[in-house]
Design a binder for this molecule. Structure first.
Ligand code: SF4
Length: 495
């Protein structure tokens, strides 16, 4: 059932990543979209908060951490308040249990059709395959998810699931699957999808969604979207189920402001998402919209285990996607290479941790031994994270655990030992750099290449299979250091 979070074991990222770096179209779509998002994110924070940006992140970090530290109290409060407002609250320890709860509700209403708004946790627990297997036809109503659904494809980004596709691919899918006329115009494509969905919203027996935040003091959920599809899926069908990970709890609306300011700006460089919807209880007497029955399914699926571990900070994640956009590895290989629906830097640490917490023991990391190495450790993910999750720290932690358990590639240790041996011998180090430069110059004279190394020997061979070791540009550190040291000495002498 948890197919996306647990691929055939152990998961090997390399073949997928190799395929991705050879796919020039994917490189172009993912590379340019993430680059633009990252630039716009920086721009809007500079414009709206300037130097206060870091202080806002600190408030968000501390608020979320406080909520995690008091999760048991907040859960009790939420359950009591949600029930008082007429909602039914369920607790699911595993993904399979969460699906079973949803199936029970659906069967009780004889549901055969469902409209679903975008939700990471339903992807994580495998709700859609469970519904389909039970004969409940489910429509993804988020436009990106809808296109992936009709293509039989999987999301590759937390916020923009179809980042790896363009409008030409969408146009072709609409002609093939919906019998629409061919158009590449984004507005027309949206109208085609809208027309297709409208009738289905009205006819659906059940609505399903996720939530961005749970407000303990109101027993309510907050859902941030840009397309209004959530409001239609909660407003139309007689029954609505909100699936939500327990880490989404905060004290109440008084804590919401910093998160709303950070979420949309970090994800899509918008001041706010177009819709920020609050759901509290089913339709009341005299109201014309809303479900007659509202259910909350509170999903654990490993979160309690993560909370008890040294990686509890990961539960602060508000799924903004900024770390994916900033990551040089994600930009190159896209989301499918990670083998989990949580891709990018956060996925590289969260996926093994959730699996470990569910399976127990060290299973999670052993099954995803590639993921902690899918990073250049440049620290960009930490710099952009609105809740200050120190992802590089956890990646290093996982690498150390892999080494302790003998799960690191042998070549890694050998390379590091060679590097250390060389770095401790300045004369040899200089000679080696000089030889590499000479080699690069000769290679360049021969065929115009700008690489130092195109085929490394021995244990380094794998590294150069899909990349060249490029020529360093600019001043050498050694020369820079010598110049600056000389300037400093001159200044001191002049004083
Ligand atoms: S780890 Fe931080 S940057 Fe990445 S998705 Fe979560 S909140 Fe956003």
């Amino acid at each position: 059932m948890n197919e996306l979070i647990a691929p055939p074991l152990p998961f090997d990222m390399k073949p997928r990543a190799r395929e991705a770096v050879r796919d020039l179209k994917l490189q172009q779509f993912v590379g340019s979209a993430t680059h633009l998002k990252d630039i716009h994110r920086g721009g809007i924070f500079d414009r709206d908060f300037g130097h206060d940006y870091d202080a806002l992140r600190t408030v968000a970090r501390d608020t979320k951490q406080h909520a995690l530290d008091h999760l048991d109290e907040l859960l009790e409060q939420f359950i009591a308040n949600a029930r008082a407002s007429g909602a039914t609250v369920h607790a699911a320890t595993t993904g399979a249990e969460a699906c079973e709860i949803a199936l029970r509700i659906a069967r009780a209403h004889g549901a055969l059709s469902c409209v679903k708004s975008k939700s990471m946790v339903t992807e994580e627990i495998g709700l859609l395959p469970a519904f389909e297997a039970a004969g409940i036809k489910t429509l993804e109503t988020d436009l990106g998810e809808f296109i992936l659904q009709i293509d039989g494809d999987a999301p590759s980004h937390i916020v923009t699931p179809m980042i790896h596709k363009d409008r030409v691919a969408t146009a072709q899918s609409f002609v093939r699957e919906l019998g629409a006329r061919y158009t590449e115009d984004p507005t027309e494509l949206t109208m085609i999808a809208r027309e297709h969905m409208r009738g289905l919203y009205r006819a659906a027996d059940i609505g399903v969604s996720g939530a961005n935040f749970l407000l303990a003091d109101e027993g309510a959920a907050v859902i941030c979207t840009n397309e209004g599809n959530f409001d239609l899926s909660v407003g139309g069908p007689p029954v609505h189920i909100v699936f939500v990970g327990i880490e989404k709890l905060i004290r109440g609306a008084r804590d919401l402001a910093p998160f709303l300011k950070l979420l949309a700006r970090s994800g899509t460089a918008q001041p706010l998402t177009v819709y920020t919807s609050f759901v509290r209880g089913p339709r009341r007497a005299g109201e014309h919209g809303g479900p007659k029955e509202l259910h909350f399914v509170l999903v654990d699926a490993g979160r309690v285990g993560v909370l008890a571990s040294e990686k509890r900070d990961l539960l602060r994640c508000i799924r903004c996607g900024a770390c994916l956009n900033a990551c040089p590895v994600y930009r190159k290989v896209g989301g499918h290479s990670y083998g989990s629906m949580y891709a990018g830097p956060i996925g590289a640490v969260l996926t093994p941790e959730l699996e470990r917490a569910q399976a127990g023991g060290g299973a999670g990391l052993a099954n995803y031994a590639d993921l902690p190495r899918a990073s250049s450790l440049c620290g960009a993910c930490y710099e952009v994270c609105p809740v200050k999750i120190d992802i590089p720290k956890f990646l290093l932690h996982d690498r150390a655990r892999l080494r302790e358990r003998g799960l690191s590639p042998k070549s890694e240790g050998a390379m590091l030992r060679l590097w250390r041996w060389l770095a401790e011998r300045p004369m040899l180090f200089r000679l080696a750099i000089g030889a590499a430069r000479l080699h690069a110059r000769l290679l360049g004279q021969k065929d115009g290449s700008r690489a130092w190394l195109r085929a490394a020997p021995g244990p380094g061979a794998g590294w150069t299979q899909s990349r060249d070791l490029g020529m360093p540009t600019g001043e050498r550190f050694r020369d820079w250091f010598a110049t600056h040291a000389a300037k400093r000495d001159t200044k001191r002498g002049a004083r």
